[in-house]
Design a protein around this ligand. Structure first.
Ligand code: AMP
Length: 313
């Protein structure tokens, strides 16, 4: 695996590879890699000739400075994981490679991307400026990597929604592959931030998944009133007083609009705090009972349950 710190060098290298008809696959991450990230890299390896992974903790998408400062890091371990997974290039830029920096060390972003409506709902509403920062850094990364197939996790559903729009509306030469959420056997979605949970919190955090599963069961049993199901999920979570809910909602997959009645493919979205760790998760539900069998298979692949395996080497 070659580590590249320079945007120009990566661009030139990948341009050369494209000239010899190599298909480039790209997985953007913020590091502290776990099985969720690895599932993206493995799929990328299967479907492309060249695997590029980036690790960059993007300052402009953090709205709380302590979250940025405490974001976990273990570059040596990340490199070993990527090396073993067959990654060809690790793009590891410094902040000053990606942004202009002023004399006080702050990032200067004269050019901004404004994501509009996405900023005012769910993650956007609770994390001011987050999606503008995500869109900006992802656009920069896509411009550096160039034409490619890129892999994103459905774990961050609103992010997937936003990046699809970004690619489509800005005519970027990028094909996006949406990858299933990888969970611990107990249900908790893997996340780099889980490393900051205590043992007790790691157990309590599963309640987020259990609550969504209960909501899904209720929808599949024929309840169509969105409000009712949201209330049920909220009440489930409220039983665990350590979890401070930010939002629970159910949205149409293709618009993020909350329907009055559940009649189509929807996502249960949820976010909350456990101690000083913010957790988000989502679950797909197909309300159309005629499609239940098809859905069941899809759901299994959409939410791979894996046994917890330390990938620390
Ligand atoms: P991050 O390093 O958190 O920015 O995540 C990098 C990519 O990995 C994003 O596309 C995430 O959606 C994806 N990802 C994070 N956690 C998981 C997970 N548990 N399962 C699948 N993909 C994930």
């Amino acid at each position: 695996m070659q580590i590249v710190n320079s945007a120009k060098e990566l661009r030139q290298t990948l341009d050369r590879l494209r000239l010899s008809a190599k298909k480039i696959g790209f997985v953007p991450t913020m590091g502290f890699l776990h099985e969720g990230h690895l599932s993206l890299v493995e799929r990328c390896k299967k479907e492309n000739d060249v695997v590029v992974v980036s690790i960059f903790v993007n300052p402009t998408q953090f709205n709380v400075s302590s979250d940025l400062e405490n974001y976990p890091k273990d570059l040596d371990n990340d490199c070993e994981i990527l090396e073993r997974s067959g990654t060809d290039y690790l793009f590891l830029p410094s902040v000053s490679e990606m942004y202009n920096i002023d004399s006080s060390g702050k990032t200067v972003t004269d050019i901004k991307i404004s994501c509009g409506e996405v900023n005012s709902v769910f993650e956007g509403a609770f994390r001011s400026g987050h999606f503008d920062g995500v869109a900006l850094v992802v656009t920069k990364l896509f411009n550096i990597v160039g034409e490619c197939r890129t892999y994103f996790g459905l774990k961050d559903y609103q992010q997937v929604y936003l990046i699809s729009k970004l690619i489509q509306e800005l005519f970027l030469p990028i094909e996006m592959v949406k990858c299933p959420t990888v969970r611990q056997e107990s249900g908790l979605a893997l996340s780099s931030r889980n490393a900051r949970l205590t043992d007790k919190e790691l157990v309590l955090a599963n309640e987020i998944y259990f609550a969504m599963k209960e909501g899904k069961r209720m929808i599949e049993s024929g309840i169509t009133e969105t409000k009712k199901v949201i209330e049920l999920i909220k009440n489930h979570i409220l039983k665990t007083e350590e979890i401070k809910l930010e939002y629970v909602s159910i949205v149409k997959e293709d618009t993020l609009v909350v329907p009055e009645l559940l009649t189509d493919k929807v996502r249960i979205l949820i976010a909350g705090w456990l101690g000083n760790v913010r957790l988000i998760d989502n679950l797909e539900v197909n309300c159309n009972s005629e499609l239940k069998d098809e859905l069941f298979e899809h759901h299994l692949s959409d939410s791979s349950i894996i046994s917890e395996r330390k990938i620390k080497v």
